[in-house]
Design a protein around this ligand. Structure first.
Ligand code: ADP
Ligand code: MG
Length: 717
């Protein structure tokens, strides 16, 4: 990859200004430039004549005959009089005409001129006997006098490059790549920069072993780099993209496989004693049988714990799927083995909840446990630390206070970390090391799509809890506009009249915003004085002091409040079975996962819940989110949809997205490719953990360089 690490400004046609523009596209180095793959292509190899054009998807080329713009007034039913600007660009090619139509984008009229040669791509429809494409994708093929082309030719004369080749009929009969670009950098210029970079830097050696290329029928690396940008036929573009995507996925899976090898098979941890007295006692005193999912998860965890290699496992399940009791088995097994276990929660409330849920159970079976948090008094803390050091305490619950240096275990062999998302990888490791090479179990209530689990959390094996042991009556979800909010209010009236309770959730743009908290208060007064003046209405916002919040929640739980008007503070931890109706106002402002969490607050008991999403938004993403929510109640399925809608980076937040940040591969659509890459990487590391074989020399160099780059990642071993 000679020269790939050089800064992008060293590429041909890239001056300081363009380097800036490239930077905003995430292109800092030559290598980034080569991996900036097109998001679509314009296939000019087989453009139809306009006269013969049929309806449906098409790409055509013609000369601009006229550009018109007109303004009309339409009367929308809800919006009143509304101005509509219609811009039309008519193309001809001697055989017929085609009209490109734009609504409310008046600047389009300024972008095109009579005489220009343009390519239009989109869905051809017939309207009043005329062929048209609404909002076509447009590429300028040539200008009337080729003014712009001449200008550009001059600009890059110094590079002695044939600039006319882009903005000319030379593009006819080719497949043109369209790369995403930015303000000030035209598609044509970016295309030219990338073409030059490919000439200069894409002649690289193959690093994948021939056996793999053959097995997966993948084309050579240098061919793929070239063809993904400038394919001779569309099928080549697909093959090239697949090769590059596979390469990215394989790199990461190889890193993961090597790390797992060093963390587990090549590392000695604690081999636990799995079916001891406490384990049996726990089963005997549980008031219920485990669900099938719980059964499987427990045996997976116990298998890992019994093995002499350290466990690195993720336990995934929605709120209420019964993760706690699964964790309890791990804790009991550690105690049975004569060692200690730690269970760490992200907040004090959650740590206390564990102590509440499991403490009595452990007392019953004679397992010695304690709770350590930031608010543990100093003398109690000192005693606790003594008991921990002497091995008296078998299970310690707590917050990140567990990570402090003076918290020393006699021998800790199991670390359970709750809510991976909030802790991050560092804390997981810190606990692992506190116990020498302790077994690690990470629990999360945030459903994560499988493809993300295999990449961002790929160093962890995963267990899933899909079903809730206590199902509840469930929820129905519907979406209404503000005009129809009376329907939603009626649902609240009906519920409260039956003695049930309701939530009204107000949108919140920014958690710390005073204005939003006030808007919830305003909404409360408005509703309390008007629509719901007969009921007891109370407001709850994130800005209230915790004691105040706790008091209101207690009142709500006790049925002293009929309607709780709230910001999203109710998202976590609230479990009031008598609450059956929820209104979410301005529902478009929330993410999919958040809406799903919110609606999980109702319908937990015997009465079915009703959720009303109220929104006037026509934004495509909001519409898709609503459709997804109405279509399924399955958190994992929604997580998959969310991944499609938002992409891995946003879903994971910055902290963990680094590893899933692929330039070509797409976790929402490449799951087959991911499975292939994963299987290949595991098999390779199984056979040759050090990648010592001759044919792996280039691959070894590449992977070691990647490991060095991700220094922290490697150090985790
Ligand atoms: P999570 O931690 O996954 O949110 P919990 O562990 O708190 O869920 O379990 C939710 C509720 O379900 C608890 O009241 C728990 O006692 C109960 N529960 C757990 N497993 C079972 C089961 N197999 N059968 C019946 N109830 C169960
Ligand atoms: Mg083990």
């Amino acid at each position: 990859m000679l020269g790939w690490g050089q800064p992008a400004h060293t590429a041909r046609f890239v001056n300081a200004a363009r380097a800036q523009q490239l930077d905003t596209l995430g292109i800092q180095r030559i290598g980034d430039l080569l991996y900036h793959v097109p998001y679509r292509y314009l296939d000019l190899t087989s453009t139809a004549q306009l006269g013969l054009l049929k309806t449906g998807d098409a790409t055509v080329v013609g000369t601009v005959y006229e550009v018109t713009r007109r303004t009309t007034h339409s009367r929308g039913r809800s919006t009143g009089r509304r101005q509509l600007t219609i811009t039309e660009v008519t193309l001809t090619d001697g055989t017929g005409t085609l009209i490109g139509v734009w609504f409310n984008q008046p600047w389009v009229a300024r972008s095109y001129r009579k005489g220009q040669t343009l390519a239009f791509s989109g869905e051809v429809k017939l309207r009043n006997g005329l062929k048209q494409i609404i909002q076509p994708f447009v590429e300028k093929i040539a200008d009337a006098a080729d003014e712009e082309g001449a200008e550009q030719a001059e600009e890059c004369d110094q590079h002695s490059y044939d600039a006319s080749s882009n903005r000319s009929t030379a593009n006819m009969g080719r497949i043109l790549p369209v790369h995403s670009t930015t303000e000030g950098l035209s598609v044509g210029w970016l295309r030219r920069i990338i073409a030059a970079a490919i000439d200069d830097y894409a002649a690289v050696s193959e690093y994948l072993p021939t056996s793999l290329l053959r097995k997966r029928n993948l084309p050579p690396y240098n061919w793929a780099l070239q063809q993904v940008h400038f394919p001779l036929q569309m099928a080549d573009a697909d093959r090239a993209r697949e090769r590059l995507a596979y390469g990215e996925l394989f790199d990461l899976q190889l890193l993961i496989a090597r790390k797992r090898y060093h963390l587990t098979r090549n590392c000695t941890g604690h081999a636990h004693q799995c079916f001891g007295k406490l384990h049996q006692a726990l089963t005997a005193c549980l008031p219920f049988d485990l669900t099938d999912d719980q059964d499987v998860a427990v045996s997976q965890i116990l298998d890992d714990m019994a093995s002499p290699h350290p466990m690195q496992r993720l336990l995934l399940g929605d709120v209420g799927t019964g993760k706690t009791v699964v964790a309890a088995y791990g804790l009991a097994v550690a105690a049975d083995s004569g060692t200690q276990a730690a269970m760490m929660a992200p907040t004090e409330v959650l740590a206390q909840q564990y102590a509440h849920k499991l403490g009595p159970l452990f007392d019953q079976i004679g397992l010695r446990w304690a709770l350590l948090s930031g608010s543990t008094p100093a003398d109690a803390r000192a005693q606790l630390l003594d008991d921990l050091r002497s091995g008296q305490i078998q299970v310690l619950f707590g917050t990140h206070a567990l990570l402090e240096d003076d918290v020393v275990f006699a021998q800790m062999s199991l670390a359970i970390v709750d809510e991976q998302h909030r802790f991050g990888v560092q804390q997981r490791r810190a606990l692992h090391h506190k116990g020498g090479s302790a077994d690690v179990l990470v629990m999360s209530a945030t459903p994560i799509p499988r493809t993300l689990t295999l990449t961002a959390f790929g160093d962890l094996a995963a267990s899933y809890l899909y079903t809730r042991p206590v199902a509840g009556a469930g929820v129905t979800t519907q979406k209404v506009s503000f005009k129809k909010i009376a329907d939603a209010y009626d649902a609240v009236h009906a519920a409260v009249k039956k003695g049930q309770q309701a939530y009204i959730v107000c949108a919140l743009v920014d958690e710390s915003s005073k204005i939003e908290a006030q808007s919830a208060v305003q909404m409360m007064h408005q509703l309390a004085a008007g629509e719901f003046s007969d009921y007891r209405v109370q407001v709850l916002t994130g800005r209230m002091r915790s004691a105040e919040k706790a008091a209101i929640m207690d009142d709500f739980r006790a049925g002293k409040i009929d309607i709780l008007v709230s910001t999203t503070v109710i998202e976590v931890g609230v479990d009031v079975h008598n609450a059956t109706v929820m209104l979410v106002l301005d529902a478009d402002r929330y993410g999919l996962a958040q809406l799903h969490q919110l609606r999980g607050r109702v319908g937990r008991g015997h009465v079915a819940g009703e959720v009303w999403l109220v929104s006037d938004s026509f934004a495509r993403l909001a519409q898709e989110r609503f459709a997804a929510l109405l279509s399924t109640d399955d958190g994992f399925h929604l997580a998959e949809l969310d991944l499609k809608l938002r992409g891995a980076g946003e879903l994971l937040g910055n902290r963990q997205s680094g590893l899933a940040n692929f330039k070509v591969a797409d976790l929402a659509t490449d799951s087959d490719l991911l499975d292939a890459a994963r299987a290949d990487a595991l098999a390779l590391i199984d056979a040759d953990p050090d990648l010592a074989a001759d044919e792996l020399a280039l691959l070894r160099t590449r992977i070691i360089a990647l490991e060095d780059k991700l220094g922290d990642w490697k150090a985790a071993g």
